[in-house]
Design a protein around this ligand. Structure first.
Ligand code: AMP
Length: 376
């Protein structure tokens, strides 16, 4: 059994051919610069992906494909289970597009192109918001005008849900404990970043909100800011809504403060004495620590804290600084374990640390493939 997983963004299309049972990847890749002269649209991108697979000897008609899984960022209020794609679903996703203008329209384009090229396979949408659909009302509700929030479907939806779910399941398995018995904090630190608090298998809070802009400081997104800044920029600086949107999504975060969003390069700049890079890093770590402390209070106690995604899996300095001086909260990192490199789930907390701290490589493609396999 094999599943083709497609993650279609505005300028890139990622794909993977996955065996959901064994977790084996037969191939994976990315087609970039969609919208350029060489790669005009998603149709061309998917054909290029298929050509690349064929060049590797992988022919879609002989792979035993049972489904095509599509990552869709925003399921709105209506969708949280993996859902078979039909015209009705596409119309619904179009309806929810204003909630995720950067993400959902390219996902729908990817779905439409893939359905055209692979018409005989079931196509399944897996939603990034799904894991958090049942957040407690106290965590999901914004303290704004109730009727307005209802009318415009404004609530905290949460994102990176496939990753938070996969990583928390891996963490419970690593501890050899039933998922429902473990309290967890998951820190998904990639270019986008989010935190979640999971009480006995149920997500009880997450840092991203109506959109993936809320919460932690990210590569290029601000995370939490005073909403008053938006009105101030609009009124005093004469910035348009589009200007502010671009500023918050693309010119903020670690990049906005320090001019660099790749943590490898940011670290080099810090080591060469660059003060703005240091400030960007300090702001990033400060926000992360606030969320860890906040989620410890939300949960009452946690068994495990897991780091995942590009920064969380690969940057021991971020893990060290985020967890430094927290022995009073039961968190003690072992520096030697933290410095080790591995692609496996691994413990980085000291043996006598009451809270276990792990690095858990995320694998959203595998999780999507498994969700698809379960449905078909
Ligand atoms: P993701 O969105 O999960 O793919 O994460 C991408 C980010 O991970 C990049 O922008 C880098 O900041 C970070 N990253 C990737 N590899 C490393 C590494 N070896 N050390 C530190 N940061 C890394």
């Amino acid at each position: 059994m094999t599943v083709l997983v497609i993650n279609s963004g505005s300028s890139s299309l990622k794909y993977a051919v996955v065996k959901p049972d064994s977790g084996k990847f037969l191939a994976d890749g990315i087609v970039e610069q969609i919208g350029s002269a060489q790669m005009p649209d998603h149709d061309a991108a998917l054909r290029a992906a298929f050509d690349e697979l064929a060049a590797q000897g992988l022919h879609l008609d002989t792979l035993g494909l049972v489904a095509v899984g599509h990552r869709v960022v925003h399921g709105g209020k209506a969708f949280y289970r993996p859902t078979l794609v039909d015209e009705g679903l596409i119309a619904e996703l179009d309806k929810w597009a204003p909630l995720a203008p950067l993400h959902n329209p390219p996902a729908v384009q990817g779905i439409e192109v893939a359905r055209k090229l692979l018409p005989d396979l079931p196509h399944i949408a897996v939603f990034d918001t799904a894991f958090f659909h049942n957040l407690p009302a106290a965590a999901a509700t914004y303290a704004i005008d109730h009727d307005l929030a209802e009318r415009w479907h404004i609530r905290r939806y949460g994102f990176h849900g496939t990753s938070h779910q996969y990583v928390s399941q891996q963490a419970a398995a690593f501890l050899d404990r039933p998922y429902e018995s473990v309290n967890q904090i998951v820190l998904h630190l990639g270019n986008g970043a989010s935190a979640s608090a999971i009480a006995g298998g149920r997500p009880v809070d997450t840092s991203m909100g109506l959109t993936p802009m809320e919460g932690l400081v990210m590569g290029t997104r601000s995370g939490d800011i005073d909403p008053g800044i938006l009105m101030y920029l609009y009124r005093a600086a004469g910035m348009s809504v589009a200007d502010i949107d671009t500023m918050l999504n693309r010119n903020s975060g670690v990049y906005g403060v320090g001019g660099e969003n790749d943590f490898r390069k940011l670290r080099e700049r810090i080591e060469s004495g660059d003060e703005t890079s240091q400030l960007a890093y300090d702001v990033y770590i400060h926000r992360l620590r606030k969320y860890v402390g906040g989620y410890l209070a939300v949960l009452g106690r946690t068994d495990v804290i897991s780091f995942t995604a590009g920064v969380g899996e690969n940057d021991p300095g971020v893990r060290r600084d985020a967890m430094a001086g927290l022995t009073g909260l039961g968190i003690k990192i072992d520096d030697a374990l933290n410095a080790e490199r591995s692609s496996e789930v691994r413990r980085i907390s000291a043996p006598d640390s009451p809270v276990t701290v792990l690095v858990v490589p995320t694998n959203e493609e595998l999780a999507i493939a498994q969700a698809c396999a379960a449905l078909v």
